[in-house]
Write a protein that binds this ligand. Structure first.
Ligand code: ATR
Length: 270
């Protein structure tokens, strides 16, 4: 039986075991998938132990995605661009690192929310690790352009510069955002965790799809989007399931059907 896990700190809240167990039922295969709490600073030790005990692959969540990047011996192009790894597989004793977060978001937008990204004007708020993980897969869909706005201007300028080889992306400060509608607004800041939201002009999201990478309860950004005439508002639960499906496929070569699992997980978190 294949042995998988998710390593993080904290890890108790993780929905990954439930999601992967549902995927395995679809294909009638037996897997084990456990939550592993790693002490901070001891990711490599925890991962080594899991591999020695027969683990064939694992997911990595906060705060270890950068440690997992350094731990990997081979990296996919998405992992390299993200500078972070959320999925590791062991094959022929080699540690392969992949990042499925960005493609998970793109799949949620395209498949579940029926939104094409091609030729769209997309505003991404935030220039931290989450943004770095999603930029390449979004740019590969050929949007008209990505506007990248961050509270700290120099971080959005740097990220825009680093990713301009993949497509059109311009960096701004939050205070430079105009009150003019765009097609898609993605909140990739960590503000929602603190029950906050970046200061944004309301006109921005009129008729737009507004997407928060966080999931669970309605975030202040989602409430703001509803109050300011967004055409559609979504949290990141679909992205969570889609990134898991991509990990499952990376390990086992099987593409799970995600829509029924998203509904099931939605019942759990609501
Ligand atoms: P993550 O890995 O979740 O992206 P991170 O790398 O610490 O976390 O980045 C957090 C992002 O959220 C940053 O872009 C941060 O802005 P700064 O670069 O200016 O710090 C942004 N952020 C966090 N709280 C915010 C708030 N209340 N308003 C605006 N931006 C916020």
């Amino acid at each position: 039986m294949n042995r998988f896990a998710v390593i993080g700190n904290p890890i108790n809240h993780s929905l990954s075991p439930m999601i992967h167990n549902e995927f395995s039922k679809e294909f009638n295969i037996k897997i084990s998938y456990e939550k592993m709490l790693s002490p901070i600073g001891e990711f490599a030790l925890t991962a080594e132990k899991f591999i020695q005990n027969g683990g064939s692959g694992f997911n990595i969540t906060l705060p270890f995605k950068i440690d997992a990047y350094s731990f990997s011996e081979e990296l996919t192009s998405n992992a390299k661009a993200a500078g972070a790894v959320n999925t590791i597989k062991i094959e022929n004793n080699v540690i392969f690192g992949e990042n499925t977060d960005g493609t998970g978001l793109v799949n949620d937008l395209e498949k579940n929310l029926n939104q094409s990204l091609t030729d769209k004007e997309i505003l991404i708020i935030g220039a931290g690790g989450a943004t770095q993980g999603i930029l390449k897969p979004i740019l590969e869909k050929n949007p008209e352009k990505i506007l990248l706005a961050n509270r700290t201007l120099k971080k959005s300028l740097k990220l825009a510069n680093d990713f301009s080889k993949f497509g059109k992306v311009c960096g701004f400060g939050l205070d430079q955002i105009k009150s003019k509608p765009v097609d898609i607004v993605i909140n990739a800041t960590s503000a929602s965790i603190d029950g906050e939201m970046p200061n944004l002009p309301g006109g921005l999201c009129e008729g737009a799809l507004c997407y928060d990478l966080m999931y669970g309860i309605e975030t202040p950004f989602m409430k703001w989007a509803h109050d300011n005439s967004a055409k559609m508002v979504s949290d990141g639960l679909g992205m969570l399931v889609e990134q898991a499906a991509l990990s499952f496929n990376y390990w086992l070569g099987k593409k799970p059907n995600t829509s029924s699992i998203i509904s099931l997980i939605r019942e759990t978190v609501d």
